[in-house]
Design a protein around this ligand. Sequence first.
Ligand code: AMP
Ligand code: FE
Ligand code: FE
Ligand code: ZN
Length: 283
Amino acid sequence: MDSVINLYEADLHCHTTASDGLLTPTELVHLAVELGLKGVAITDHDTIAGWKEAEVAGIDYQMRILRGIELSTEWQGKEVHMLGYFVDGASSYLDDRLRGLRKAREQRMLEILACLEALEIYISVGEVRKFVHGESIGRPHIAQALMERGYVRSISEGFDRYIGLGAPAYVPRYKLTPEEGINIIREADGVAVLAHPGVHRLEAGIPEWVEMGLQGIEVLHSGHKPEDEKRYRAIARQYNLLSTGGSDFHGEGIKPGVVLGGWGVPLDVLNQIRDLAQLNQHC
Ligand code: AMP
Ligand code: FE
Ligand code: FE
Ligand code: ZN
């Protein structure tokens, strides 16, 4: 990897300990300050619990904190992740739906542990919970427990050998449809943005998702190749969608090489998203 990496003004895709990231919201904001970023979006899986702490941490540094969320959906057997920006945290509908998704995550964790047990790998719920600092449990927490117990040497080995797609203890998570994901975000007055479409080649679905209320595409992402950026930037122009960007930062221990601010947008894009969210409120 290059030793010098150009950073963007704002990183619009970051995970914290509220879900499966390694840094607390405060630590994430402090790292962003150290790196000279001007804005970060907190986009944890199925929870908004990281927002407040990040906002408090950002005040002293004039760091722009964007309220976000990432929802996993499924379409034609492919993972489709929807980012929601400026969703209304006071929406009881949003709260209900997120609660349901987190409950399904808990259930799935138990099923994964049972599958591991069948493989003679004995990890207790408590051993996984040690790594869960927020309210949204994910496979990275299980991978960390596997590593601590010496079953694997890295998180990615844990996914490859045991809990990733196609591995023997893989258990699919309850997933929304893309339409449901977009509806949840729009219902809460948020801006729905398709996350990392290049990772699963999702261009065929974009026209119908635009009809359903999709308003942006994550063009820059740590999992995208240069040709993905070109392809999705062109599609965003064609459908008059916002082009966004973010690293999908989880912390070096979870996603090695994915540097905070290494993928992102100029600060002005935050204003464009905010303006769209304000228009959504009046629709
Ligand atoms: P889950 O939300 O429980 O299905 O887990 C998905 C999360 O696992 C993603 O958001 C990433 O943080 C992480 N992940 C997925 N695949 C890998 C991998 N091969 N290595 C490390 N982390 C991964
Ligand atoms: Fe994650
Ligand atoms: Fe994602
Ligand atoms: Zn993510």
